[in-house]
Unconditional design. Sequence first.
Lengths: 168, 168
Amino acid sequence: MGEGVEWGLHCCLALAWLDEQAPIPAGRLAEIFELPPVYLKKRLQPLVKAGVLVSVAGARGGYRLGRAPERITLMDVVAAVEGATEAFRCTEIRQRGAGVEAVGGEFAKPCGVAGAMRRAELAWRRELAAQTIADLLAVSPPGAPDRIRRYHERVSRWRTMPSWVGRE
Amino acid sequence: MGEGVEWGLHCCLALAWLDEQAPIPAGRLAEIFELPPVYLKKRLQPLVKAGVLVSVAGARGGYRLGRAPERITLMDVVAAVEGATEAFRCTEIRQRGAGVEAVGGEFAKPCGVAGAMRRAELAWRRELAAQTIADLLAVSPPGAPDRIRRYHERVSRWRTMPSWVGRE
């Protein structure tokens, strides 16, 4: 699993805390977590496509959550970022080599190995689908929301000051 | 997940069926599934190290199951082949950027995002640990064991024939 899931989930938390200030540009999210802005933007695109985030275009544009935190599951984020491909890929090696001699529809039923691996993956998906961004917000450190808001407000104020400030 | 898990699990099944003929050389297992022999041997090494397989050295050497099929879980095979590294890697991005301003031991508790991802991974591991090679044997096609045994015996017989057979 790439870093996109960690980035995506933490950005969802930050966007929930900054909801009243939204939309939040990708550059600001990148600053908040000290991430490469262009690459982060690329990693957020699939979340927009999946409706987890909404992207607002324009000079004052950016991102906001696409729906309420309790309606965004961890599975939504993981599936958007990592795709729907299963971790275990069955290539039907049972049908190769000695398998070409099989008769009587031996391979008509799906491979038991693939089935067993799929059951484990479904358990993983079920667990991810049972947890939401709201659950993550609930277990976040109590100081985090205000700290992120203060940081955002300070950096925003500083950025919009006239260029002569500080020169005197 | 690489192809090593699929290869490893199917080799365990074949070795269970060929237990009376064991040890089975890596080359034979490679033939049975039409896999590259050198690479397969490399992929089986961690299974030997983990005790899932036993390797017998020598000209008539090869592999056999390291313990009874009901005592080899899918987790044993996956952990041996893929290592114990978790799929989700937490890099603590919450502590970077705006995080450096955190006070009062805000990050003393483990990150909730990492915890949530770990819970899902534990569900996956639990499911893998609950299934054994014996379970896979039980759901294998009824014709498979005999087919694999016949293939092995025929190829073994052919290989040990004197070199003049067929020349006449």
